[in-house]
Design a protein around this ligand. Structure first.
Ligand SMILES: Nc1ncnc2c1ncn2[C@@H]1O[C@H](COP(=O)(O)OP(=O)(O)OP(=O)(O)O)[C@@H](O)[C@H]1O
Ligand SMILES: [Mg+2]
Length: 316
């Protein structure tokens, strides 16, 4: 195991202001104390429903969100400070694929400039070299060469997302925070983009923080996963721990929500899904503390942790 980045007790709280004096009256606890490690060449999945704090966590890691407290250590450097990120090459090494490609790609720029922008920040290339590099990136994500001089609005959502992927890999980063990179795509295109992401991962030894609301999509991508709810982790573990031995009701609920392609068991699946939903509603009290907050994680074994009041360790 070789650690690339370590996140400890990360908190991001947004102030809520109200009243005549516009005072801070409360906070949104968007991320409220999460710990995890992403290893070199591996994919870490961050999964949860809308509003659970996934994008906020991802943006904090790439330096786009101010950290309230906690630490992010990348290859031995504490990178929560902007100056350190700049001085250590962190901004080149860590790139992001954004959730919403329509607003994250500058509508006034052509594709060649969008993809070349991060390269220009770190490398000096001639126009010819740059064009060649951008073409190669487009080729990797299966976009035609004539895309070079078009604008983002001339593409479909799926195509724009692929442009976002091309842009993220252009600086040969070591870590890509991929925020729902395929959620807007058709199933068949999803598989293509995921395969491509896996291929470049192997080729370049990339690590991913792969954000998704769908445990089905990330199953074959992730080595380790964290299930996030209300700004906290309800369960973390290896792929086997999460898919084969889920312990938290929230994880079970996400698992039961995976659509089944197998038609013959569709009815069974529907029933199971209803049961889990009922269980989730009935058992909320046992799985969350008196304030509805997620408990601290407790170890079940070396790799698997769950946020319950009491946990029986498997002692492995
Ligand atoms: N700039 C902000 N100011 C105040 N609250 C914010 C801000 N950004 C996010 N939030 C709140 O923080 C919480 C987490 O948001 P976040 O975008 O991280 O969720 P998410 O898990 O990525 O959801 P989704 O799946 O919908 O993308 C939400 O309750 C959101 O309303
Ligand atoms: Mg999000």
């Amino acid at each position: 195991m070789s650690e690339l980045i370590k996140i400890s007790d990360l908190k991001i709280h947004y102030p809520i202001r109200s009243g005549f004096f516009n005072r801070v009256t409360d906070y949104v606890y968007a991320v409220d104390g999460v710990d995890f490690v992403i290893e070199k060449g591996k994919t870490y999945g961050l999964i949860g429903e809308s509003g659970s704090g996934k994008s906020t966590t991802g943006k904090a890691i790439v330096g786009l969100e101010k950290v309230t407290s906690g630490s992010i250590v990348y290859e031995g450097n504490e990178v929560t400070k902007k100056s350190v990120r700049k001085a250590t090459g962190y901004n080149k090494d860590v790139q992001m694929i954004f959730q919403d490609s329509m607003s994250s790609l500058n509508p006034k720029k052509r594709v060649i400039d969008i993809i070349a922008e991060p390269i220009r920040n770190f490398e000096r290339l001639s126009d010819q070299e740059e064009k060649k590099k951008v073409q190669a990136m487009l080729d990797i994500v299966g976009m035609p060469t004539d895309a070079l001089y078009k604008y983002p609005h001339e593409f479909s959502g799926g195509q724009r997302q692929r442009i976002g992927v091309a842009r993220a890999v252009a600086t040969s980063p070591k870590l890509i925070v991929a925020d729902e990179p395929v959620s807007a795509l058709d199933l068949s295109v999803q598989a293509q983009v995921l395969n491509f992401m896996k291929n470049i991962q192997e080729e370049f030894g990339l690590s991913y923080l792969f954000i998704s609301h769908d445990l089905g999509v990330v199953k074959y991508m992730c080595d380790n996963l964290a299930i996030m709810h209300k700004g906290r982790f309800v369960e973390i573990g290896t792929r086997e721990d999460i898919y084969n031995n889920p312990k938290h009701i929230y994880t079970k609920r996400l698992l039961s929500a995976i659509p089944k392609i197998d038609v013959s068991h569709r009815e069974e699946h529907k029933v199971r899904r209803r049961e889990v939903e009922q269980e989730f509603q009935n058992l909320q009290k046992e799985y969350y503390d008196d304030n509805g907050r997620v408990y601290d994680l407790k170890p079940i074994n070396k790799t698997h942790q769950v946020a319950l009041e009491h946990v029986e360790s498997e002692g492995k």
